[in-house]
Design a protein around this ligand. Structure first.
Ligand code: HAM
Length: 418
């Protein structure tokens, strides 16, 4: 019978590479949790209109990449292409914005965009994201960026870069858009591009075609139009990053792929990843909550691509911490030894150590092969002699060296090697 295959362009993680995925995701989540962010767990599908209104019709994400379908009740449903719109929907629906501000939440899960698959670009991909909603305080912008930076540092990544810009407030945008539209009207453009520019003239900075790129090189620059308030906000963000020794460059032509951004916007890219180098990005969104029927509150957040961060870790040869490996693999040599091995494993597991056993009545050779494959830090052979004497030889699977230990001191030994 023909074998099934996963749908085209999805990312999957299975052992042992899934350990890497777990490590990256957990490190990103820990960085958010240690800064006071709490989990928000949301549906992976929402009303289509949440995204058309929230993310914006001029974006590729909404106009070309949504997985939209009619459910059995005739409603138009879309698999979430990003997390911010859903978080805002939930915050408004459950009045989370009526209590202590900012509301600080993190999320982790699968997102869906019908893009052309290539290395680092998938149709189902994973993000860890955070949102801080309710206050327009530049120090929160700094905190949000610092959370991403700290996670990348903790992972041991080096070859990444942070770019920031300011997209200004409503007043800035109106004055700038007027001039940018006037500039665009002097260009000789096809109908589809004119229509895109009408929805959001900034989109043309994102166009990959050479002729548009060179035409836009002499376009007016948004940073030159910042209102005094926006300029002061951006200045405080930059000073805050410097105070935390976070390196960045100002990219005055950055265009984020989603329409809701205002004021601070940022992107992390990784130098070893080729075309899909964006490992994370985010920014402030002042009008989004109101746009979705809530009160007028500002917010800021990021989405980090877990898949691309895994690729970045692999490219830089980041090592998994010891805690991601099994502490011990036990090779029992008889049915009696197997029962004792299980009791010993359960005892050590209860002490917080990770332990596995060679099942299935194997020979010593077969058992040691299984120990090798398990990736465990240490192994022990449990035979009649060992059970009678309580003395074991603990084998370090990395060096191949053995050390004499008693069963009673085994746990302490394993813990000290972590
Ligand atoms: P985004 O820039 O569209 O922002 O996505 C964030 C990250 O998700 C990207 O930097 C990238 O690492 C990853 N990503 C996006 N698309 C794909 C794909 N097709 N395959 C693999 N990875 C991908 C957002 O989604 C915003 N919601 C972030 C945000 C939160 N802004 C404010 N709050």
């Amino acid at each position: 019978m023909a074998k099934f295959q996963a749908p085209k362009g999805v990312s999957e993680y299975f052992p042992d590479r899934s350990l890497y995925f777990e490590y990256v995701r957990n490190t990103l989540i820990d960085s958010a949790r240690t800064s006071g962010y709490k989990l928000i767990e949301l549906p992976v599908f929402e009303d289509t209109e949440l995204f058309t209104r929230g993310v914006g019709e001029s974006t590729d994400v909404v106009s070309k990449e949504m997985y939209t379908f009619e459910d059995r009740g005739g409603r138009s449903i879309t698999l979430r292409p990003e997390g911010t719109a859903g978080v805002m929907r939930s915050v408004i629906e459950h009045n989370l914005d009526r209590g202590q501000l900012p509301v600080k939440v993190w999320y982790s899960g699968a997102f869906f965009r019908a893009e052309r698959p290539q290395a680092g670009r998938y149709r189902q991909f994973y993000q860890v994201g955070i949102e801080a909603i309710g206050l327009n305080d530049p120090e929160i912008d700094v905190e949000v960026i610092a959370i991403a930076e700290r996670a990348f540092k903790t992972l041991g990544l080096k070859n990444y870069q942070l770019e920031i810009t300011s997209l200004g407030d409503v007043d800035t945008r109106q004055r700038y858009s007027k001039d940018l539209r006037a500039f665009i009207s002097t260009l000789d453009l096809d109908e589809a591009t004119v229509a895109r520019a009408e929805l959001n003239p900034l989109r043309l900075f994102d166009d990959k075609r050479e002729e548009i790129k060179s035409a836009m090189a002499s376009a007016p620059i948004l940073l030159d139009y910042l209102s005094p308030e926006s300029a002061a906000h951006f200045e405080r963000v930059q000073n805050g990053l410097r105070a935390l020794n976070i390196d960045f460059i100002v990219n005055n032509r950055m265009v984020r792929g989603l329409d809701y951004y205002t004021e601070t916007a940022f992107e992390f890219s990784h130098r070893d990843l080729g075309a899909q180098s964006g490992i994370g990005g985010g920014g402030r969104y002042d009008g989004l909550m109101e746009q979705l029927g809530g009160q007028s509150l500002s917010g800021i957040g990021f989405g980090i691509g877990v898949d691309r961060t895994v690729l970045a870790c692999e490219a830089e040869g980041v090592a998994l911490p010891n805690s991601y490996f099994l502490d011990l693999f036990i090779v029992p040599l008889s049915p009696e030894a197997k029962a004792s091995a299980l009791a010993l494993a359960e005892q050590l597991r209860g002490e917080g150590l990770s332990v596995d056993i060679a099942y299935g009545d194997r020979s010593l050779k077969g058992g040691m092969k299984a120990a090798d494959k398990s990736g465990a830090r240490f192994s022990v052979v449990l035979g009649d002699d060992e059970l009678a004497s309580s003395n074991l030889t603990l084998k370090d699977m990395r060096t191949g060296e053995g050390e004499a230990v008693t069963i009673a001191s085994l746990g302490a030994h394993l813990r000290s090697a972590r």
